[in-house]
Design a binder for this molecule. Sequence first.
Ligand SMILES: CC(C)(COP(=O)(O)OP(=O)(O)OC[C@H]1O[C@@H](n2cnc3c(N)ncnc32)[C@H](O)[C@@H]1OP(=O)(O)O)[C@@H](O)C(=O)NCCC(=O)NCCS
Length: 309
Amino acid sequence: MSSRLTERIQAVRRFNRFYTRRIGVLEERYLRSSFSLAEVRVLFELAHRRTSAATDLAADLGLDPGYLSRMLRAFRGRGLVSRAASPGDGRRSVLRLTARGRTVFAPLEAAARKDIAAMLGGLPSGRQDHVVESMRSIEAALDPAAVHPGQVRLRAHRPGDMGWVVSRHGALYWEEYGWDERFEALVAGIVAKFIEHLDVKRERCWIAELDGERVGSVFCVRQSDTVAKLRLLLVEPGARGHGIGSRLVNECVAFARSAGYRELVLWTNDVLVAARRIYERAGFELVGSERHTSFGKRLVGETWRRRLR
Ligand SMILES: CC(C)(COP(=O)(O)OP(=O)(O)OC[C@H]1O[C@@H](n2cnc3c(N)ncnc32)[C@H](O)[C@@H]1OP(=O)(O)O)[C@@H](O)C(=O)NCCC(=O)NCCS
């Protein structure tokens, strides 16, 4: 085993020890209730799925079927869960929480929410964002199917968003491409101009949100009466690869067309390969490129154009 892998294993195990203690799952009775963590998790699934077959539950939660079956028997004995033949397939039986089960489960859910609120509540808002974003990155890295683009909401900008756009562009382009703070300064200039001269009928910013957290941005700004410019397309690394970038670009194209522009242009750099595929797919064509040295790097800038009528 390589020493890098050994170090990573230690780091993951250290984090697991820290976090299991922090969220109280080591307690014999979870959430100060009479249930173990696994029991609360099964009740949670039943409460949120309405009905479920025991075999599906065991597979989805990675629980031993014998252990789950003993647990469900105990729940039925306490009147928390009922079992009935599946309406679609009489040979299968489905489980659901009884009214009593729902009454018992409701305070557990409230207690779980309260505990997490207390943990996050002790942190400043920016740090809360960082924790949630990092968790999302872990989930997406270990299970790429975990982010569902359907949960993503696109909304107009509001106070606080411009600072986020500047900060995330500055940090991510530095981490991913080594572009220095002069790029962050350029972005700050673009968003300041956008806000100061905003023409609401012909210009717009979209912020993509996943579970209420910002995960992406794009801007449509006026370049001339007939030409609009797409700017500042960005998706957080943990949310990439699920069509959010494409959705932001398509939204921008549709808006530019409805706002009466004849064409939509954008400036990018050849190193931004993921964006190139999105632009091509959205009907943009490369119309020019030039070498330049900016943000501490030698780059090839590219202009792309999409006719709208
Ligand atoms: C470009 C960016 C916005 C894409 O966001 P996204 O939500 O992942 O976009 P989508 O999921 O809609 O599509 C990504 C596409 O790029 C492809 N892609 C991702 N990484 C890639 C890579 N390294 N090389 C080539 N293609 C790549 C994906 O496979 C996908 O194409 P597919 O649907 O044909 O498979 C995101 O990667 C990003 O923020 N990058 C850094 C900033 C940037 O480059 N902005 C553009 C400024 S001009």
